[in-house]
Design a protein around this ligand. Structure first.
Ligand code: SF4
Ligand code: SF4
Length: 107
């Protein structure tokens, strides 16, 4: 039997959503060159200049949920594999949305 048009695409999207069950805070890896490009992009002010590399406060990182479709620090970072998921901070989408509401109580 032939699949309905778009069925393959819908299956692909569904599997991507299943993969995205595990949301994590983003962390900055040791290969950070401290360029500062990520700092102004964070909607939660979660990034700060550390010594010797920039750091992300996991209590403030929401993977940019509610603001952007992808983590903005990773999007602007010029270094590959520098802004990466932190396996020590696995959260659900609901937890991240609740965190976003806590950080931005006025929307
Ligand atoms: S993923 Fe978004 S919220 Fe988290 S540190 Fe990066 S820019 Fe900030
Ligand atoms: S954009 Fe990347 S390399 Fe630059 S400070 Fe941020 S994490 Fe480090």
């Amino acid at each position: 039997m032939e699949s309905a048009p778009g069925a393959g695409l819908r299956r692909l999207i569904a599997s991507k959503e299943m993969v995205k069950e595990a949301w994590m805070s983003i962390m900055i890896a040791d290969n950070c060159i401290s360029c500062g490009a990520c700092l102004p992009e964070c909607p939660n002010d979660a990034i700060s200049e550390g010594d010797p590399i920039y750091v992300i406060d996991p209590d403030l990182c929401t993977e940019c949920i509610g603001f952007h479709d992808e983590p903005q620090c990773a999007a602007v970072c010029p270094i590959d594999e520098c802004c990466i998921p932190d396996p020590n901070y696995v959260e659900t989408k609901e937890q991240l949305l609740a965190k976003k509401d806590r950080i931005h109580p006025n929307g």
